[in-house]
Structures are given as structure tokens and as C-alpha cells.
Design a protein around this ligand. Structure first.
Ligand code: SF4
Length: 727
């Protein structure tokens, strides 16, 4: 598959305080470093920063710097979503910056995976990388054997300079797609035309909130404020989840559903709404197409008994939920990302969207079926888009499935993939099928990784380049959930020899052109603040009510007129209506209606579903490996129901092997009734000194949707089945 630059751009864009830590009272254990990095002036200043991690909240932060050293980070109260606070991960940012584990200078590994690293200069690093690129180009006639794998480690806009590096070398291979959320994106694209959620601050106005497969108490803490406000105003909050989460603990009602059967519950609710004429016929007639076909399907195929059997939720509970949801307006559903990581995940999201449509909750203040948004991302992507050098072989970049990366890399032919460039990702830790991923890395001629810390991916690289943190380089951030934009200022000088992606791109370009004139189109110099300015256009300035981008220096700005998604009824589907019947879905091989698609089942050999959600102290493989985080949570575990443990003769704290046909993990058993008897839970994170990686057992099974919007289907992470035994 070829990927045009524009398509790739689209895919890539879719791309409480911790007690005693990170507060103003913190004594940092790096006094020597503070002196070394101090500017000599005892000036105190506060800078604006933004958390660029793959997190709903994308916090606006204020960083207090004294003597050139970060003292603490706090939330910026000007942003009414962040509202003056950051989460525990934000609070430990000073440790992220000053961690003794940071990669300080470019290094070369003598023998991939040996750990035999040597310090080299930037010039040596650029030379070695440039020589390898030119060698590949000479041998294969193009730069297609070079493959970029970059994603969500840093969503700041200037970070797209890494894609710019690749573009400016020629046509290259690109890890395409997104592992996190594409099935849901496609589902909403078929229904609404694209993803647009209401301003999450609007949740305070809801009268009924369903948190469906989402755990904001861990993964979107600031949204909890608005949920709590809604509760104080009399709203009912229901959590639907396979796991009794911290969020469920704060709800009025928790409905524990069998994983991957969310569509059956939604369709059961639709059946009750239909039978009891609780739907909004006028809204449907004015704003949708296909509702008669959908009602026909529900009438002829769905019963509440079937839904109860599928989901494990009693008929009376489904009835009450459906009645309350349909008769209490405005009613808001927040659809989480975990619930679409199934082979029927996209269809399940479509069925949930349908509930909002048939009850007339779409376009309603405090209502909606809210998943995500990208409407605030209309930058120029100047750092990202650069032309291929004149005479470059080919017409387009080559797409490699990010969600089956190892297999696709190993299978690539004409030309094969020979070099990897990894940035903002840790595929050896985060991608499914770790053993195969390692094989792919080992078979490369040359691997370059840009990162903050040594990690499992860096360990399998030839060259590592030290990256800056958000505090060391300017940029600008927006969120895929709320509607705020925050300028990210350079608060301190880059520590050690670290560089940003744009600086690396410029340095490499200079070396490429020195070795072979005209071989790279990336600019070789430029002021980074000016680069930030080049990301803005009139449309985005107007959307955010800015006269000029520098106005952001006064504080974050919020996008105008985006409070209520689809209030204007201006759906972006082919029919310009909400499409319960989607011909576009049919074109992509799906049923045109939000029908139920059978969930994946366990086997006799591997009888337990293994769910691998986010851990509260990390975002993927970021944060948990900090020594301060490990001090709170020092070892991984598998959560299992006491009945399951008893069946397998396992006691609390026992070492347990969790395994299937592709690998195993050995962890401690934690017995808890928060999980269902036939399911186990392990968290996807990593610990610096442990070989813990849930992906040894996670297969690269494609989700049903994702191809339309992101170029590749998602991953059915939670359709992973294992067995367990006491070690
Ligand atoms: S991880 Fe999320 S909640 Fe925490 S500081 Fe970053 S953006 Fe804010």
C-alpha cells in the first residue's frame, strides 16, 4: 500500500497530587546538577508548558524556574478544563527532566543488544546516520528501505519534525495507523462523518451520564470535576465496564458487562426504547437516514433475554438503564477507547452511537455520544511536510501496518526494509508479539532511536539520540478531548546534549547535504520559536480567537463555538445526515447498520480473557519507570477473581505464569473481586529493571475497523486469551 503525504498526515494526527512528591516542598536529590545547570542568576520566572503525553487532558501547566532550574510544575488555572491542577504524572515532571537515567548524549552500541554503549559526538552520530542513509539509497535506488515508526510519546506539534526528516530524504516506509483508538474513529466517522465530541466541561450540565468503558479517575482526571459537578446538580452517573474501576467506585450505579459485548447491551437498550416508544422520531426524521432499517433490524433480531445472556447483565437492569437513559435529558455517553479494542469494537461503538441518535441526544447541550475530537488540530504542520529531494525515486511513501509492525517489516519486499528510525515510541515494549518485534529489530541493518531514557527499544538500537523534554524546547499543544490550546515555552536550557526533533532534522540535513549535495530538503537552520509561529494559519487563529499566535504567551486559548458537538446538525457524512445506515461502512466491508458482530471467545486451551488497560501511574511505557513512581508501585501483578484463583490453587501473592501460544509473563497474583471470574487483568506498563511486558502474550489481532480514517485497522488488544498456573 502506498501512502500519500496528505493521507499519512491525517493518520499521524489521529493520530491529586502525589503525597510528598513534586510539590513546592520537594527536596530534589540532584543538587549538584542544579548548580551545574544554573544560569548564575537567582531570577525566578514562571513559564507556560503543556503536557504532550497521550492523555485526554493535555494539561496547561505553569513551571516555576529559579536559577535556571525547575522548582515545580502546577496546573494553569487559566485553562478551565485543567483548572489549576495536574495529575500525579504531571507532578513528577521535575524528576522526568532531572532523572539520573536520562540519555545525556548521542551513543553508539557496539553490537545491538549487548549494552556496550559508547559516547559519540553529534557530528559522529549525524555522519554515521547520513552515511547509512546514502548507502541504502545507493544500493536500493530509493529511500523506501528506511522505515519510520513514530507515534504518541509526544503529541506536541513541533515533534512532527521527525516526519519532516523522513519526507525531506525522499519516499520512505512509514508505520501507519494508530494502536489506540481507530476502530472507534471509523465507527463515528460512519455515523457522524468524523469524530467531534462536545466540550467535556459540558458534562456538568448532563442529567444522566453513562461512562461506557472509560476510567477517567485514572486516565482523564480533570473530567471527573465536571462529572462531580453534574452529580451535585442531581445527575445520575452509571459506569459500564468489565472491571470495577475507581471511576465505578464514584458512580451511582456500576454495571459489570462481559468484555466485548457492549454492542449487545446497546442493542438490548434500543429494543426496549423502541418497544416502549421512547425514541425521538422527530429528531430521527429531520437529522438521520436509515432509522427505519435500524428499527427493523432491532425488532426482528434483538430480545432483551438475548442481550442479557450475551452481556451478563440482567433483563431488569437493561430495562431500567434504557428507560432512564431515554427519558432523562440531556443524557451523555462517554465512550472509552478500551471497549473498541475488539474484533467487533467498531460495531459496538456504532450501536452505542445509535442510542444517542434514537433518543435525540445528539447535538444536545450536556448530551451526545462523546469519543474524541480532532477539530482543534488545524495547524500547518510546517515542521512535518517537506518535499522529497528532486529526482527521488517513487511517488509516495510506503505504508507499513503499525499494528502488525514486526510481521509487515519482515515481509516487506522490493525493496526490503533495512533501517528503522524510532521516535516517540517504544515498540519493543508496547507492540503486540514482543518476540517477533525483537526479531524484526535484530534483522535490520541499522536502527536509530530518539528518546529520553534507555528502554527496551533503545536496547535494540545502534544509535540513540538524546531528546529534549517539553520544558527544554518550544512548541504548541492541543488535545484530542478538550478544546484548549497551550503554548509550550522553553523554560530551561536543554540539559546535557539533548536536542528536539526539529533540531535533529536540521542537523541531519546539514550533514546529508555536506556528504551529498541536494540529498535532503529539510532546512539546516532556523529559530525554534519562529518554527512554532509557522504552524499557525488564519483559520486556526480565528477558531481560537487569536489575533496572532504570540497572544498565547498570555495564556492558553479555547476554541470558539465548539461547546456542543453536532448542534448545527452539519454532519460530515456523504448524506450530510447522521447515518444509521452507512453505505460507506458497507464499502469498507462492514454491515451498513450497527448490528451485533459476535465477540471473540476463549478456547479450552486458553480459557481466560486477558485485559491489559492503562496503569494509573503511567501512560503506556512512560512515567512508571521513574524511580519515584517505582517507589510507590514496585512490581507488576495480575488481578484475578478469588474464585478463579481457588480453581487454580493460587493464593494472594503467589507467583503465577500467565501464558498462551506466543509467550508468557510471570507475575504476582493479586486476588480481587473487581474483575470477573473468567477474565484476568495485567497493566500495560514497564519497570526499569524488570523484564515485565504484557505484550509477550498479546497477539496482533486486527480490530474490525480503523482502515478508513487511519489507514489501518486497530488492534483487538482485549481479545487476548491466556491460561494461568502457579509457578
Ligand atoms: S498525564 Fe494527563 S492529567 Fe497528567 S499532567 Fe499530563 S496531561 Fe495532565
Amino acid at each position: 500500500m502506498n501512502v500519500k503525504r496528505r493521507t499519512f498526515l491525517k493518520g499521524a494526527a489521529v493520530t491529586g497530587a502525589l503525597i510528598g512528591l513534586g510539590s513546592t516542598q520537594t527536596e530534589f536529590p540532584f543538587q549538584g546538577l542544579m548548580k551545574a545547570q544554573g544560569s548564575g542568576e537567582s531570577k525566578k520566572a514562571v513559564f507556560q508548558n503543556a503536557c504532550p503525553r497521550n492523555c485526554y487532558d493535555t494539561c496547561s501547566m505553569l513551571t516555576t524556574v529559579e536559577d535556571g532550574v525547575i522548582q515545580f510544575v502546577e496546573g494553569n488555572p487559566q485553562n478551565t478544563y485543567t483548572n489549576g491542577t495536574v495529575c500525579v504524572k504531571g507532578n513528577v515532571y521535575p524528576r522526568t527532566v532531572y532523572s539520573p537515567d536520562r540519555i545525556k548524549y548521542p551513543m553508539r552500541q557496539k553490537g545491538r543488544g549487548t549494552g556496550n554503549w559508547e559516547r559519540i559526538s553529534w557530528d559522529e552520530a549525524y555522519t554515521e546516520i547520513a552515511e547509512n542513509i546514502l548507502k541504502i539509497k545507493k544500493e536500493y535506488g530509493s529511500t523506501l528501505p528506511i522505515c519510520l515508526n513514530k507515534y504518541s510519546g509526544n503529541f506536541e506539534i513541533m515533534h512532527y519534525g521527525i516526519e519532516g526528516t523522513m519526507s525531506s530524504l525522499g519516499y520512505t516506509s512509514r508505520a501507519t495507523g494508530t494502536p489506540c483508538w481507530p476502530a472507534g474513529i471509523d465507527a463515528q466517522t460512519f455515523d457522524f462523518g468524523t469524530i467531534v465530541n462536545s466540550d467535556p466541561e459540558q458534562m456538568a450540565k448532563s442529567k444522566y451520564i453513562i461512562l461506557w468503558g472509560v476510567n477517567p479517575a485514572w486516565t482523564g482526571v480533570h473530567s471527573m470535576n465536571f462529572i462531580e459537578q453534574a452529580k451535585a446538580n442531581g445527575a445520575k452517573v452509571v459506569v459500564i465496564d468489565p472491571i470495577l474501576t475507581n471511576t465505578a467506585g464514584k458512580a451511582h450505579e456500576f454495571i459489570q458487562i462481559k468484555s466485548s459485548t457492549d454492542g449487545a447491551l446497546a442493542l438490548g437498550m434500543a429494543k426496549y426504547i423502541l418497544d416502549n416508544e421512547l425514541y425521538d422520531g422527530q429528531w430521527l426524521a429531520n437529522n438521520s437516514i436509515g432509522y427505519k432499517e435500524f428499527f427493523g433490524y432491532v425488532k426482528n433480531n434483538i430480545t432483551l433475554e438475548w442481550a442479557a445472556e450475551k452481556t451478563g447483565v440482567r433483563v431488569e437492569v437493561i430495562e431500567t438503564l434504557a428507560r432512564e437513559y431515554a427519558t432523562t435529558k440531556p443524557a451523555n455517553i462517554w465512550i472509552g477507547y478500551g471497549m473498541q479494542r475488539h474484533t467487533n469494537g467498531g460495531q459496538n461503538v456504532r450501536a452505542i452511537d445509535a442510542l444517542a441518535a434514537i433518543t435525540g441526544n445528539v447535538g444536545l447541550e450536556g448530551g451526545g455520544a462523546n469519543y474524541a475530537q480532532l477539530d482543534s488540530w488545524g495547524f500547518n504542520y510546517h515542521a512535518m511536510v517537506h518535499p522529497a529531494p528532486e529526482g527521488s525515486e517513487g511517488e509516495a511513501d510506503r505504508a507499513v501496518n503499525m499494528n502488525n509492525f514486526a510481521a509487515d517489516v519482515l515481509a516487506a519486499q522490493d525493496p526490503p526494509i533495512k533501517m528503522l528510525w524510532i521516535a516517540g515510541r517504544n515498540p519493543v515494549q508496547q507492540d503486540p508479539e514482543t518476540t517477533l518485534i525483537k526479531k524484526a529489530f535484530r534483522e535490520m541493518d541499522f536502527v536509530v532511536t530518539v528518546d529520553l531514557y534507555m528502554n527496551k527499544t533503545v536496547e535494540l538500537s545502534d544509535i540513540v539520540l538524546p531528546a529534549t523534554t517539553p520544558f527544554e524546547t518550544p512548541g504548541v499543544n492541543v488535545s484530542y478531548w478538550h478544546y484548549w490550546m497551550t503554548l509550550n515555552e522553553r523554560a530551561i536550557k536543554p540539559l546535557h546534549e539533548t536536542k528536539s526533533d526539529v533540531e535533529i532534522a536540521m542537523g541531519l540535513s546539514a550533514k546529508m547535504n555536506e556528504l551529498e549535495s541536494g540529498s535532503c530538503t529539510y532546512p539546516t537552520s532556523g529559530d525554534l520559536e519562529e518554527w512554532v509561529g509557522k504552524e499557525f494559519n488564519d483559520t486556526i487563529l480565528e477558531q481560537f480567537g487569536l489575533e496572532k499566535w504570540e497572544d498565547l504567551k498570555n495564556g492558553p486559548a479555547k476554541m470558539k463555538n465548539k461547546e456542543v458537538a453536532w448542534k448545527d446538525g452539519d454532519f460530515r457524512t456523504p448524506s450530510k445526515k447522521y447515518e444509521l445506515y452507512s453505505e460507506e461502512a458497507e464499502k469498507f466491508g462492514h454491515h451498513p447498520l450497527p448490528v451485533y458482530v459476535e465477540e471473540m471467545k476463549s478456547t479450552e486451551e486458553f480459557p481466560y480473557r486477558c485485559i491489559t488497560p492503562h496503569w494509573k501511574l503511567s501512560i503506556h511505557s512512560q512515567f512508571q519507570d521513574l524511580d519515584w513512581m517505582e517507589a510507590i508501585s514496585d512490581k507488576p501483578f495480575v488481578e484475578m477473581h478469588p474464585d478463579l484463583a481457588k480453581r487454580n490453587n493460587i493464593n494472594e501473592g503467589d507467583l503465577v505464569k500467565v501464558y498462551n501460544e506466543i509467550g508468557y509473563v510471570t507475575v504476582q497474583a493479586k486476588l480481587t473481586k473487581t474483575v470477573q471470574v473468567e477474565e484476568v487483568v495485567m497493566y500495560e506498563t514497564w519497570y526499569k529493571n524488570l523484564n515485565y511486558n504484557v505484550n509477550y502474550t498479546v497477539k496482533a489481532i486486527p480490530a474490525d475497523m480503523g482502515k478508513k480514517a487511519t489507514g489501518m485497522p486497530g488492534i483487538a488488544f482485549h481479545d487476548n486469551f491466556v491460561n494461568i498456573e502457579k509457578v
